[in-house]
Design a protein around this ligand. Structure first.
Ligand code: B12
Length: 211
């Protein structure tokens, strides 16, 4: 499979080529699903750059978002392969933070957590800190995953973590999304950060097992 061609197809918003290539990945057993997803993400970077350069407009971002959602839909069964049943399901919250409407990355992480036996309460997008804290208290949840794609999402993450620390001591928080880094994690005061869904799964499993 020519993954560069796949990235270019997504970057050029060429839906037919993208779907044809992703169906081919699945027809071959889905072993390359992770690589295909990474190629689509590179395609999103191309879209983002063309948007910054003024070549693409908000309508193109919206269409790119639809393409990416379609890609996740085709690949999700192969991506979400986890260890399935077994131990009791650990409950956790996931959401996109306040003022951020991007949810494709969050939905991928959620699908992969669910495939790994987590019972995930999804609070959606543009989630105010108060809503997170209310749900944590009401549901007695010990693990929270915060997603954000905009640079300014880091401020909303900090607000959310500050309120969780104040109102719900002992709750573990992992942050993820494009602008997140070790430095951001320290500033925000989260317990862990990740870009890859796999690191999120490993971290949350360790937290759930520690009780
Ligand atoms: C599609 C898209 C949109 C769609 C989103 C649709 C949707 N349902 O999500 C729409 C049209 C709504 C949109 C709107 C806007 N967007 Co936009 N968008 C994008 C685009 C092209 C792709 C984003 C995406 O889905 N990527 C693919 C996913 C799979 O990647 P991901 O989110 O990073 O997730 C992965 C990891 O980060 C990680 N992850 C994600 N969440 C989590 C959570 C946890 C806990 C963990 C561990 C990991 C994790 O796992 C995922 C899988 O590997 C990006 C460009 C880019 N390079 O990403 C711009 C981009 C993010 N958008 C941008 C901008 C500027 C905007 C707008 C302000 C445009 C405008 N003028 O209106 C608005 C803002 C709206 C708002 N308030 O949020 C900028 C952000 C700049 C910045 N640094 O702040 C970008 C980078 C484009 C650019 N280069 O200028 N956008």
């Amino acid at each position: 499979m020519d993954f560069e061609k796949l990235s270019s197809a997504v970057g050029e918003l060429d839906e037919d080529t993208m779907i044809e290539m992703l169906n081919e990945v699945m027809a071959q057993g889905g072993g390359d699903a992770q690589k295909a997803m990474e190629a689509c993400q590179k395609g999103m970077d191309i879209v983002g750059n063309l948007f910054e350069e003024g070549e693409y407009f908000v309508g193109d971002l919206i269409y790119a978002g639809e393409l990416m959602t379609e890609a996740v839909d085709i690949l999700k069964d192969a991506l979400a392969s986890g260890d399935g049943g077994g131990q009791t399901k650990a409950r956790m919250i996931i959401c996109t933070v306040k003022d951020d409407l991007h949810d494709i990355g969050k939905n991928i992480v959620k699908a992969m957590l669910e495939a790994n036996n987590f019972d995930v309460l999804d609070l959606g997008i543009d989630t105010p800190p108060e809503k997170v804290v209310e749900a944590v208290k009401k549901e007695g949840i010990r693990i929270v995953a915060l997603s954000g794609v905009l640079t300014m999402a880091l401020d909303s993450m900090k607000e959310t973590v500050d309120l969780i620390r104040q109102e719900c001591p002992g709750v573990k928080v992992i942050i993820g999304g494009a602008p997140v880094s070790e430095e951001a994690c320290q500033r925000i005061g989260a317990d862990e950060w990740a870009h890859s869904p796999q690191k999120t799964i490993n971290t949350c499993k360790a937290w759930a097992e520690a009780g």
